[in-house]
Design a protein around this ligand. Structure first.
Ligand SMILES: Nc1nc2c(c(=O)[nH]1)N=C([C@H](O)[C@H](O)COP(=O)(O)OP(=O)(O)OP(=O)(O)O)CN2
Length: 135
């Protein structure tokens, strides 16, 4: 089994806010990321597909095609957008990195052909990232 990874990047704005909580509770939980404090991140998304290389191409999946699939189903919807307001698949979700990666998986996984989606890694900042394996 071989694992091939394509790295993508995008910029998006968000705030961390629980609508069921008071302003004070949100500030307590999320600090400067809460309430009206919209801010942006330079996200980096690592998409890893596993499989056996095709004997004719040597590819599990052509990473150029993988990049186009990711662009169509994720990047075109989130790049330069507000995750709390503009992104249909984040509607009703708290825009944490954890929730975001789960929703990205749901959008992307059905469109991966050839290999199988193995892992997503999403960097919110160079010091904060989450991994997700679809379970
Ligand atoms: N478990 C999580 N914790 C936090 C998340 C998250 O998604 N999951 N997100 C945030 C905020 O979005 C915050 O904006 C993170 O950015 P920042 O404070 O700039 O993060 P850094 O630690 O990289 O920056 P420092 O300057 O090193 O503090 C908070 N928590």
């Amino acid at each position: 089994m071989v694992y091939v990874t394509r790295v993508e990047h995008f910029n998006a704005a968000h705030k961390l806010y629980n609508p069921n909580w008071s302003k004070e509770q949100n500030e307590e939980a999320f600090g400067p990321c809460a309430n009206a404090n919209w801010h942006g991140h330079n996200y980096e998304l690592h998409v890893t597909v596993k499989g056996i290389p095709d004997p004719d191409t040597g590819f599990i999946i052509d990473v150029k095609k993988l990049s186009k699939i990711t662009a169509k189903h994720i990047l075109d919807k989130v790049d330069h957008k507000n995750l709390n307001v503009d992104v249909d698949f984040m509607e009703g979700k708290l825009a944490s990195t954890e929730n975001f990666i789960i929703e990205i998986w749901k959008q992307l996984e059905p469109h991966i052909t050839g290999g199988k989606l193995h892992q997503l890694r999403l960097y919110e900042t160079p010091r904060i990232y989450v991994d997700y394996y679809g379970e």
